[in-house]
Design a protein around this ligand. Structure first.
Ligand SMILES: [Zn+2]
Length: 104
C-alpha cells in the first residue's frame, strides 16, 4: 500500500466519522427544537358582551387561567385561534402557545 492510498483510507474514515457526527448533531438539534416547541393551549369560546373570548382554563406554561380576545360577535372567533403570547404572570420572557378549540 502506498502512502497515498493509506492517506485516502484515513481520509475516508475521517469523512465517515464527520458525517456521523453531523447526523448526531442534527438529531440533537431536532430534540432541542422539540423541547422548545410551542405548546397547545386548549381554549373554550365564551361571550363577553359584544365580543367573543377564548378562555384558556389551564395554561400549558403556568397552569393559570388566561383569556384572549376572540373578536366581535359578527366575526369568526376561530380566526383568532393561532399563536398567542401567553399572559403568564411573572414568567420572563413571556412564553407562547397555540390556541386550539376545546373538543377538537
Ligand atoms: Zn400562563
Amino acid at each position: 500500500m502506498t502512502t497515498d492510498e493509506r492517506l485516502t483510507q484515513i481520509e475516508r474514515v475521517m469523512l465517515a466519522q464527520a458525517e456521523r457526527l453531523t447526523r448526531l448533531e442534527g438529531r440533537s438539534n431536532e430534540s432541542m427544537i422539540d423541547k422548545q416547541s410551542i405548546p397547545d393551549a386548549v381554549a373554550t369560546l365564551e361571550r363577553d358582551g359584544d365580543c367573543y373570548l377564548w378562555v384558556v382554563s389551564q395554561c400549558p406554561i403556568c397552569g393559570e387561567k388566561h383569556t384572549h380576545g376572540g373578536g366581535e360577535l359578527d366575526g369568526d372567533p376561530r380566526s383568532h385561534l393561532s399563536h398567542r403570547v401567553a399572559h403568564c404572570v411573572g414568567i420572563e420572557p413571556p412564553g407562547g402557545y397555540i390556541l386550539v378549540e376545546a373538543g377538537e
